[in-house]
Design a protein around this ligand. Structure first.
Ligand code: TXA
Ligand code: MG
Length: 320
């Protein structure tokens, strides 16, 4: 079973031995290994049960170190890095040969970010290699936002989890790259598109409904609970399920439903705050997935700001 603690030096020594460590970031917990060691990278795929065609994000401690791994840094992307790193932003940049092909699933671009968490920044600073780290959940399941989430699902497979408490943002990083001269968002995430546009002008959001995604990670069914997860009008769905006597649980944006037992419902943000909703989203989905209910009824949040990324996750959770 994994040890859990705040010992950066211990985490470092496991990583130097080629082992994997659960690491906190501001978005979600990562399952980290030495990004320059193909065996450690292979172990990440194996531990997560992740298909090799889905590439990994490389994490490093500063913009200065990115030059070691990328062959070019287009001006607009550099401006985003200067503005938002450390933070919930991942950039797709042309890779140098030093980055193993397994990290990028053979693609020419590598995904890079500088995460914003003091423990992980200290760890990255102390290491002389970057960390490859996907979210620390079995492939396709809900991303972890607490160390206990990592422990429950991967604790038997890794020696250490660095305990950084709850993730402050709660949604994975926003992924941005360039196609010709145009900025493209490949995954909505913890950094709002409006913030990006304020900094560098308009961006295209690539829709991921295609069944053959050019950028992986656009897989439609993802972040998914094991139980049926139904999105719609909660009032109506609750009434129908009460009539059918189905055991259900409710995930609302801010409303509380007096006709439902309080232990069977979670409001992501009673105050209607999208940042709070984002922070609570994945742990609420997990909690309801572990409850005795046989189905989870949920609704979309307002489709503005972070709500767009929250709704993206809710829709994918509902796709089977
Ligand atoms: O917030 C985050 O990004 C978290 C924390 C741990 O940093 N990490 C994360 O990793 O969400 P993961 O592996 O669960 O999701 C990374 C996504 C995947 O969907 C992958 O397909 C995409 O990034 N990706 C990675 N490298 C890529 C590349 N070279 N080209 C296109 N997409 C890439
Ligand atoms: Mg993931």
């Amino acid at each position: 079973m994994a040890q859990i603690g705040t010992d950066v030096a211990l985490a470092k020594s496991f990583l130097e031995e080629g082992k994997l460590v659960g690491i906190p970031t501001e978005t979600v917990y990562g399952l980290a290994g030495n990004a320059l060691d193909p065996e450690a990278v292979a172990l990440i795929f194996e531990t997560k049960n992740r298909p090799n065609f889905d590439p990994l994000i490389l994490h490093t401690s500063s913009l200065e170190r990115v030059g070691d791994f990328v062959a070019a840094f287009p001006e607009k992307l550099k401006q985003l890095a200067e503005t938002f790193w450390p933070g919930p932003l991942t950039l797709l940049l042309p890779k140098k040969p030093i980055v193993p092909d397994l990290v990028t699933s053979g693609l020419d671009r590598v995904a890079v970010r500088v995460p914003k968490h003091p423990l992980t920044l200290a760890l990255l600073d102390a290491l002389d290699f970057p960390l490859a780290a996907p979210s620390a959940n079995p492939f396709g399941y809900i991303s972890p936002t607490w160390p206990s989430h990592v422990e429950v699902q991967l604790g038997e497979k890794i020696p250490y989890i660095l305990d950084g408490g709850a993730c402050a943002v709660g949604l994975e990083s926003t992924i941005v790259g360039m196609e010709d001269d145009e900025l493209v968002v490949y995954r909505l995430g913890g950094l709002e598109v409006a913030e990006i546009e304020k900094s560098v002008g308009s961006v295209r959001i690539r829709d991921h409904s295609s069944s053959n995604p050019a950028a992986p990670g656009q897989l439609e069914s993802h972040y998914a609970p094991r139980k049926p997860f139904l999105l719609g009008d909660l009032k109506r769905m609750i009434a129908e399920n009460l009539e059918d006597k189905t055991e259900f649980a409710v995930l609302s944006f801010s409303d509380f439903f007096p006709e439902v037992r309080s232990e069977d419902q979670i409001a992501l943000s009673p105050a209607g705050d999208l940042h709070e909703a984002a922070k609570n989203l994945f742990s609420a989905m997990r909690k309801l997935d572990e409850s005795p209910a046989s189905v989870i009824l949920a609704e979309l949040t307002p489709d503005t700001g972070l709500g767009k990324a929250i709704n993206d996750r809710l829709r994918r959770a509902a796709t089977k």
